[in-house]
Design a binder for this molecule. Sequence first.
Ligand SMILES: NC(=O)c1ccc[n+]([C@@H]2O[C@H](COP(=O)([O-])OP(=O)(O)OC[C@H]3O[C@@H](n4cnc5c(N)ncnc54)[C@H](OP(=O)(O)O)[C@@H]3O)[C@@H](O)[C@H]2O)c1
Length: 358
Amino acid sequence: MNAPTAGAGGPGGTAGGPGGTTPGPGSRRPPGLPQGEREDPVTGEDRLHVVFGTGQVGSTLAAHLADLGIPVRTVSKHRPATPPGGADWRAADVTDPEAAADAAKGATVIYQCLNAPYTQWPELFPPLQRGVLAAAERTGALLVSLENLYGYGPTGGRPMTEDLPLAATTVKGRTRAAMTAELLTAADAGRVRIAIGRASDFFGPGVTQGSTLGERVFGNALAGRRAGFIGNPGLPHTYSYVPDIAAGLATLGTDARAAGQVWHLPGPPTVTTRALLDLVAGQAGHRVGIRSVPKLALRAMGLASPMMRGLAEMSYQFDQPFVLDTSKYQSVFGTAGTPLADALAATLAWYRTRTSTP
Ligand SMILES: NC(=O)c1ccc[n+]([C@@H]2O[C@H](COP(=O)([O-])OP(=O)(O)OC[C@H]3O[C@@H](n4cnc5c(N)ncnc54)[C@H](OP(=O)(O)O)[C@@H]3O)[C@@H](O)[C@H]2O)c1
């Protein structure tokens, strides 16, 4: 298979390279906005931002947009337990393009923050994105899509920049790369305007499952148990912070310079996982041990468990430095992520006061 790339011809094809501000070939400015002009995120009246997905990122993004004074509608299949403050909610099965388009009626910006069960990405994730794509095509809204880094595949420890080819070697990585290719094809054909935001393994208030930095690290640490971890904790590893991801996506949805490109969203500075856990221990007030599952054990468990198999195929991310280069975003939009100590403090504070344990 020819691995699709985010390079020339797609949104990642930043004519000016990392840090450049020239929109790629797929770039189209919102009508009425001269090149480089920033949409006022607070005073615009005739616009609606629709967030598909009310999960870990979608709900934080919706609340962030509402805080900016932007009318927001969220869409998911089931009513969220705690609907994001200030946002409207609509039920839809997004795999139905008609339902997705109907839920997005009136949107000027659409955000793709959906996710499929970890062990069923090839079958279930692409139809979700196709529903959102159909909604964006029919409404003419800018589509801001959140992606992870699986599509790049192993980089041999080289920091990831937006111009890296999507050369995934895993099942989930190839699924993600194919989904990106579908977005780029639609944008290049002029069917939709897109901006892609990519983030690494995330953590933050409310993030418990579906991340390496969730319950097994923060929950265990506060309970005096060892932090569960995969791979080598002595390597640098970028972890993204959900409120930073939300702020980054909001920028992509409100700044005309973002359209037509791929952006690595900023987060806390990258350190080794061990250094991060030392900070967690300092804030927890006691030593936090690490229980690292060896790769062979993970593989063996994968023989019986699809989830373990799913984790095992991604374990390369923890066997080599895994560093996200966010300098392009920072040089264009001028904002960095939250300091690591602050992000960890907010996360631990949430874990200390949460009322229900998953
Ligand atoms: N986990 C990480 O560390 C990480 C890092 C970077 C990027 N990402 C990416 O971030 C994105 C969002 O992930 P997340 O963890 O925030 O997701 P999540 O918490 O699992 O939430 C997924 C959302 O999708 C909705 N959904 C699923 N199927 C649906 C359907 N058929 N119709 C309507 N809604 C549907 C769910 O709603 P219902 O519950 O109602 O079905 C839910 O609101 C994903 O692309 C993920 O790969 C993840």
